[in-house]
Structure formats: C-alpha cells, structure tokens
Design a protein around this ligand. Structure first.
Ligand code: MOS
Length: 732
C-alpha cells in the first residue's frame, strides 16, 4: 500500500480496540519469566558452549601478536578465535567501525579475541590468560581539543542550514543571547546486555539475539561473515531495552558466529557489563553555541545554533541542531554542525539522538532569553510558535499543537505559582519550577506484515518488528483486531524473526506508527481476500464481533478461512507527505525540583509531560514510554556522564556503579497528559511516535527548575552538586 494521500475515515477510526488502555498481551510472559530473552534460549538436547570476549587494552594502534597458548590449555577451553586470525572483514552499511577482525585497533575494548569453553566461568578465566602485544599509536580523545580541527561533513549529513540574514538581524536585535552549552558522552545503559547465541547447521547460521532492527542485523552479519544473507536466520522476539545501542549489528553476534564455527557447537556470548560502554556505541558529547536575537516584545528575529561533536573516522554527527531548524519562528536563522575525529569508541544513536542533546541546550537558552526579556518562559515559547517550517515557509506542519501542550501543562502544573529565582524555601530545600518544549521528528520507514486467518477464527500476525519493551506486541494486536473485527483475544502476534516480512523495526520512535501501518496494509489485503471468498459486496461490508456482514447477510469470519488459512501480506510504503508536510511531535515538560541549600543535592519533586503526538494507540503503553523517557531526562540532567580518560582514550566509569542512571527513589511523581488528536498525514493509523518525545526537553526543564530554585545557571551537563555549591546562599 502506498500512502500518498492524507488518511480519510477507515476501520481504525472505530476505536473499539485501538486507543484503548489494553494491558500488554506479553505482560504475563514477562512477569512470569517465560519470555525468552536472547541468552536464555535453551534446547535441552543441545550442549551449548560459552564465549567470553577479550577487549583491546589500547585505544588506537595495531595488534602485534596474540599468545593464546596458555588460554588454550586452561580447563574446559574448546577454542580461541583471535581478530588477526579471522582477518579484516567487510563492513555492512550500518556499521561505522569494524566489530571483530584484523589487526587494527580503532578503540578501547574493541573485541580482539573470543575464548570458548564448556562453561561461562571457564571461558572467563581463560580469557584473562590471553596475552596481546600492541603497537600503540597516538589518538585524539578530547572533544575540546579536537573541535579546533573539526570539519564540515558531507552534504548527506545535512550539516548546515540558513534562511534570511542571521548575522545582520542578530546585530540589529534589541535583546540578544550568545552562550555555549555542553553535553557529555552518555551510555545507553539498558537493562539487558548485548547477547547472542549462534548455531551453525552446515553453511546455515541461526542467531538468537537482542536486536532492534532484524533486517539491518541480518544484512550486516551476512556481509561480515561473507555468506549469503539467505543463509542467516535471526531471531529476537524479546528485548530488554535497546535505547539505540541495538539498532546496528554488534560484536556479540559476530563473536558468537565465529566462536560457534570454531567450537563446532552452538555458542552463547553475552557482552559483560563492564565491556559494554567501550565496546559498543554511545551518545557523543557535544559543544553547542546558541545565539538568539529578539524584539522587546519577545519576537525572535534571529536564531543560530552551532554544534560540535566527534566520532571515529567515517562516523557521523550528533545532530543536535535538528530541532532548532523547526521549533521556533524567526525570519533570520542559521544552523551548523561540525565533526571532529576522535579515537574514542563509536558514537551513534542513543535515546532520541539529535533532539535530546540539542534541546538540552536550546531550551536553557530559551529560558535565559525569556528572563532577559522579562517574559514568562511559557509565553515566550507561545509567542514564537510557527505553523510552517521556518526555513521553508511554504511547507506547513502536518499537525502541530505545541501551544496546546504549553497551555495545558501550565494550567495543570500550577505554573502561576512559580516565583522569582531563589525565592521559595522549605526548610533546607530551595524549590523551583522549570519548563521546556519537547520536539521530535516523525520518521516514516516502510514496514511489511503478513496476516493469516485460521479456521478457528484466530488472526495471526507475522512481521519482523521488534518489541524493545515498548508494547509493539499489544498495539499490533489491537490494529489487527480493529481491522478484522475481532477481540484482542482472537489475535496472535509473532515478532522478531527474519523469516517474517521486513518491518520498520524499532528506533527513532518510528516503530509504533510504521509497524502498525504495515499491519493495517496487510489486514486490508486479508479483508479483500475474505470478501472475495465469501462473495460479499465490498461497498457495504462490515467486520464486527467476529462476523462479516453485508446487506442482511452475516457470516462468521472463521468460515472464510480454508484448510491452509487465508492470508494477506503487504508493505506500507510512503509517498511524499513526509516532504510536502513537516511531520513532528510536540510536547511540554514541567518539572519541580528541590535543591539542598547546604549540599547542592538536587531532587526531583514532580514532573508533568503534555504530549501532542497524533493518535495514541494505547494510553498504557504510551504512558509507560513517556515516563521511562522522562526518567532518562532526569538522568541526563543530573547524573549521566561517561568520564573520558583523555590520555589513554577510554570511558572510565564503564559499569552501572560508576555510570549513574536514576532509580525509582529518584522519581517520586510523574504525570503524563496526551492531547487528543489525529494526524492524517502520518499514516492510516493517524498516529505518530511518542517514546523519544517524552525525553526531549526534560533535562533542560530540570536545569531551568534548578535555576528557578537557586538562581544558579548551569550550562554544562550533568548538573552535579559541584556546579551548584559555590553559588548557593550562605546557610545561617
Ligand atoms: Mo533509537 S536511539 O533510534 O533506538
């Protein structure tokens, strides 16, 4: 199905199942431990071996030699496979750096060997006995230094944009701001580590893994192993979080495949937690400069956002200026991103790449500007709303209700009780409120599905879509139930298997809208097949309560199925509604914090997110996405930071003791409000993504609340107490 006209009324609009707060259909499997995660797959007839990785001890250079003789003699060891032995591998389109193979070291903890043994403990012990001799080379590890030689990347990364005359308008502006902001390197820190089991059957490979994007992984794994893609079968039905770290093939799958070949046994490889932060990817640090010029009555006349980030040679930008191209009006504008070469581990997508760190800066700048103008920060944002793409004013937004989010939020949160900076104190706590706008683009990826009707009336959906904890199983079941006129208990959903039609996968908050639209398309095909089979008139046919009705004839849906089951398969493909109209999602975040007047310890007191993101397919799973994202925003504001050893080139705090994410006790009260809306330009579902929107802007709302509490403006994340303590009032 090609979606190239805005959606009109369709069966989804009945909202008998879609839009309802239906608990996760896979919830019981998960809470009872029956959902099999990658490492847990277990066939009692198979004797699995265990692989343990050896990571490079240097950040840049070459492996001179590897001595595996002692490791090979250790108890239980079946095989040792080294990177020089497997040789340099071809790299697929979705991997910046090599994952395993050859003698070149590009970053610390790059996999240089894998040890296979009868047990995990034996493999781990033997891995310590592998001796690697390196030739070390100098590398660049400090963004502040490397930005001096940063370059403009090629146009495919869209580094620059401009409209009007920024410099002229900024010079003329009545009120101006020119500030720098920084965001640190961050790690995904999802619950489930990267893990794979590989089993060879002749030249065919089966991999159980933890992947957000089945087809990308399959493609890249086949290229890396130099085998035909058709020979690779990948399965990833349950995923314990990805946050972007599992978008692209990672070393666990490659190591497991080589290890299983060498050991001639199925091999399990889980990347140990202390190995994850440097072996896999991270969100790159940014240095950002923002300039805003406005009239006295608060109209932005000039806005510029520049950002510097780094990556390995051949890598990409952290696209931190994305939202500034679209969020606020202003005739004169420019954005620019520059890329430095760094020899740190690969930078890549993490939790709303681009907008998340970009809004951390922009939305502090907006708060600062509102203060200079002596305008309420909610009002300042409303004043500068735009219903068209400000860089291309002939392009409207498909649907945009930022103003509604800000107004609803302000009212619900009690924003009018916010006082002047450092004016509210309760005992030892300084109390403050902050606001930030949320913005995240709505991406459209093709997505296919197959839907089968069984003789028992059960509708079975198959697609290689993944559920990374988001609720894909449930919203896909809701979509099929609505389309086929059955209850959700009559729908079975099978995901995460490369034998199924290729879906959008899960990333960039595109999964919900795209994958359900693919299921919608397949159901349209199945409905046509049912109508044909039953000889109905398609003009007035109704699918309802497990029956198919036309005129005064009504037939149980199950009767349309034949012995092999009737099926429909299709792909949703996108016309140009994504370019004629700017599709984005909007929100407003409100935060109240308390800062200890003596220690500078910051505590979240309450948070509110108001989201305008198209139709909400399931308010339970959507809310769960948003509160999780808000929690990530608190992490970004207060604690998350990979500490870079700029001499040796690695992330020092590479475990969950040193890399601090918020826990339950850090998040006392969260509220989420969805503005009831539909976006007919986004898909037949009229939905958009909401997961990453829930994160975008949160950290700035926290920073602005801390400013309101203390009068201390921190522009460098995370806002740890050392950045506050010098500015706190003297305690009597
Ligand atoms: Mo997301 S960072 O695109 O998984």
């Amino acid at each position: 199905m090609k979606f190239d006209n805005p959606a009109t009324e369709n069966p989804i609009d009945q909202l008998k199942v879609v839009g309802k707060p239906i608990p996760r259909i896979d919830g019981q499997l998960k809470t009872t431990g029956k959902a099999m995660y990658a490492y847990e797959w277990h066939d009692p007839n198979v004797s699995y071996a265990y692989g343990y990785p050896v990571g490079s001890a240097i950040a840049k250079g070459r492996i001179k030699s590897i001595d595996t003789s002692i490791a090979r003699k250790a108890p239980g060891v079946l095989a040792v496979v080294t990177a020089p032995e497997v040789g340099e591998r071809k790299r697929g389109p979705y991997n910046t750096a090599g994952l395993f193979g050859g003698d070149k070291v590009q970053h610390y903890h790059q996999a240089v060997a894998v040890v296979v043994a009868e047990t995990f403990e034996q493999a781990r012990t033997a891995a310590m006995l592998v001796r690697v001799d390196y030739a070390v080379e100098d590398g660049a590890f400090d963004l502040k230094e490397a930005m001096k030689t940063a370059v403009k990347p090629d146009e495919s990364q869209q580094p620059d944009s401009a409209a009007g005359d920024f410099e002229g308008a900024f010079k003329e502006a009545a009120v101006t701001l020119d500030e720098h902001y920084t965001t640190p390197d961050q790690s995904h820190a999802m619950m489930e580590p990267h893990a794979s089991i590989a089993a060879w059957n002749g030249d065919e490979l089966t991999v159980w893994t933890s992947s957000q994007m089945i087809d990308w992984w399959r493609t890249n794994l086949a290229i890396t192993l130099d085998i035909d893609k058709e020979k690779v079968h990948l399965m990833s039905p349950f995923i314990g979080g990805g946050f972007g770290s599992k978008l692209f093939l990672r070393a666990d799958a490659v190591l497991a495949a080589f290890a299983a070949k060498a050991a001639k046994r199925p091999v399990k490889v889980a990347l140990p937690r202390p190995f994850l932060m440097n072996n896999t990817t991270h969100r790159p640090a940014t240095i950002q400069r923002i300039r805003i010029g406005a009239t006295h009555d608060g109209k932005i006349t000039a806005i510029a956002h520049e950002s510097w980030s780094g990556d390995l040679p051949g890598g990409g930008l952290e696209t931190a200026v994305n939202q500034t191209r679209l969020l606020y009006a202003g005739a004169n504008r420019m954005t620019a991103m520059r890329l430095a070469t760094l020899d740190l581990p690969e930078g890549n997508a993490m939790r709303a790449p681009g907008e998340a760190p970009g809004l951390m800066a922009l939305e502090i700048a907006m708060d600062e500007m509102a203060e200079k103008l002596q305008i309420d920060p909610v009002q300042f944002r409303i004043t500068n709303d735009t219903q068209v793409d400000p860089e291309n004013p002939q392009r409207p937004f498909s649907h945009r209700d930022l103003v509604g989010c800000l107004q609803t939020g302000a009212e619900r949160f009690g924003w009018n009780k916010r006082g002047k900076p450092s004016s509210r104190r309760e005992g030892n706590w300084l109390i403050g409120m902050g606001v930030a706008a949320a913005f995240r683009n709505n991406l459209l990826l093709p997505s296919a599905a197959r839907v089968r009707l069984g003789g028992d009336g059960v509708v079975t959906v198959e697609t290689d879509m993944t559920d990374i904890g988001t609720g894909s199983y449930t919203i896909i079941a809701q979509t099929a139930a609505e389309m086929m006129g059955v209850g959700i208990d009559k729908v079975a959903v099978h995901l995460g298997d490369s034998r199924f039609p290729v879906s959008s996968g899960s990333g960039g908050q595109f999964g919900a809208n795209c994958s359900t639209a693919g299921v919608y398309a397949a159901c349209v095909k199945l409905r046509e097949a049912v109508i044909l089979k039953l000889g109905f008139n398609s003009a007035d046919v109704v699918f309802e309560n497990g029956t198919v009705r036309s005129g005064n004839r009504s037939v149980p849906l199950a009767e349309a199925a034949d012995a092999s089951g009737l099926s429909g398969e299709d792909t949703i493909e996108w016309g140009n509604l994504g370019s004629t109209h700017q599709q984005s999602t909007f929100g407003a975040h409100f935060v109240e914090v308390a800062v200890d007047v003596a220690t500078g310890e910051s505590r979240i007191r309450r948070m509110l997110a108001v989201c305008a993101a198209g139709r909400i397919l399931n308010p339970i799973t959507a809310r769960s996405q948003v509160i999780g994202a808000m929690t990530m925003g608190v992490g970004g504001a207060l604690s998350e930071e990979l500490a870079v050893d700029t001499r040796r080139g690695f992330f020092v705090n590479h475990d969950l003791a040193g890399y601090e994410v918020p826990v339950h006790a850090d998040i006392p009260h969260q509220e989420v409000v969805f503005i009831d809306e539909t976006d007919p330009f986004s898909s037949p579902m009229k939905a958009k993504g909401v997961g990453e929107l829930g994160l975008c802007g949160v950290a700035a709302a926290v920073a602005n609340a801390i400013y309101n509490a203390t009068g201390i403006r921190v522009r460098h994340y995370p806002i740890t107490l050392d950045k506050l303590i010098g500015g706190l009032p003297d305690v009597a």
